[in-house]
Design a protein around this ligand. Structure first.
Ligand code: LCV
Length: 263
């Protein structure tokens, strides 16, 4: 597969696809172009009938991904995490990809990248990996589908702890919380992940596709009333139109601690 991308490297071999982040100058921050490239690569993998996809960073990184590109968070009263946004489209592409997606994690994982890691079907991490979901640190009103990803993967109390503290959890805690399936040493993690992928790729792709789709339907089966949906959206709008939201973003850009006033 010719790599037609600039912010990722996409490869395919023996029914296994691999997407490697390639945005080192911004610690693999998920900018719109990079997110769209990931989504596009997954659609190429789908047309090539890839049976497992691995999403990873370059070997030995300190930061797997710094999460959503904060410079791209809108300050004009637009929902930063609306369904039409590249991050949400990419997460949906992972969920709807007709084969398992494995996150192979080295380094620290932040914000929307943490949502990506737990939206993948499985994750493998090195002993030094860590995960943080950071909306509370920036003043971002996370969205219902993202919160549901965490409830489904971690359970309510662990998800609440991660969202409310915004603090990174280490590999052992991530294993305990269900974020990662295995902790594997840095030297072995590529081989381990590849053998996990090969095990899956030898099985029936049709059976796996329909089982994955049932997991998606059953875990997303949380019907809410139109009134509840509108209530959530009005709460979120208050936050992404707040001074605190602007303060969170501006403080990051000015490299200083935010001062949140609750308004
Ligand atoms: C833009 C960046 C970023 C970045 N965006 O290197 O989940 S939500 O709701 O919060 C969602 C909205 C979301 O995902 O928000 C983003 C959440 N991410 C974070 O909170 C992580 C922010 N970044 C950091 O804490 C540090 O950059 C880490 C710890 C990732 C790496 O620290 P390190 O000292 O190794 P720098 O901080 O120097 O980063 C290198 C360059 O990348 C930029 C950062 O501004 C710097 O740019 P300059 O060289 O121009 O100063 N960068 C890092 N993260 N998310 N830009």
């Amino acid at each position: 597969m010719a790599n037609n991308y600039s912010l990722i490297i996409a490869e395919m071999k023996d029914n296994i696809g691999a997407i490697t982040f390639n945005n080192p100058l911004k610690s693999n921050a998920l900018c719109s172009d990079m997110l769209n490239e990931i989504t596009d690569a997954l659609s190429v993998f789908k047309s090539e009938k890839i049976r497992v996809a691995v999403i990873r960073a370059a070997k030995g990184v300190k930061v797997w991904s710094a999460g959503h590109d904060i410079d791209e968070l809108p300050l004009d009263g637009i929902d930063p995490l609306g369904r039409e946004k590249p991050l949400e489209k990419m997460l949906s592409a992972v969920q709807n990809f007709p084969a398992p997606v494995i996150a192979m994690v080295e380094g620290s994982v932040w914000g929307g990248a943490c949502d990506l890691a737990i939206t993948c079907d499985m994750a493998v991490g090195t002993p030094g990996c860590s995960f943080a979901i950071t909306p509370a640190k920036i003043g971002v009103p996370y969205n219902a589908s993202g919160i549901l990803h965490f409830i489904n993967r971690l359970g309510l109390s662990h998800a609440k702890e991660m969202f409310f503290t915004g603090a990174p959890v280490d590999a052992e805690t991530a294993l305990h919380f269900g974020i990662i399936n295995h902790i594997v040493d840095d030297i072995e993690i590529e081989l381990f992940t590849h053998s996990l992928a090969k095990k899956i790729a030898c099985n029936s792709p049709l059976s796996i596709e329909v089982i994955k789709e049932q997991f998606r339907i059953l875990t997303n089966a949380h019907p809410i009333t139109p009134n509840a949906f509108e209530h959530i959206e009005s709460l979120r709008r208050k936050v992404y139109c707040s001074e605190d939201y602007r303060e969170g973003i501006n403080s990051f850009k000015e490299k200083r601690k935010p001062v949140f006033k609750g308004k």
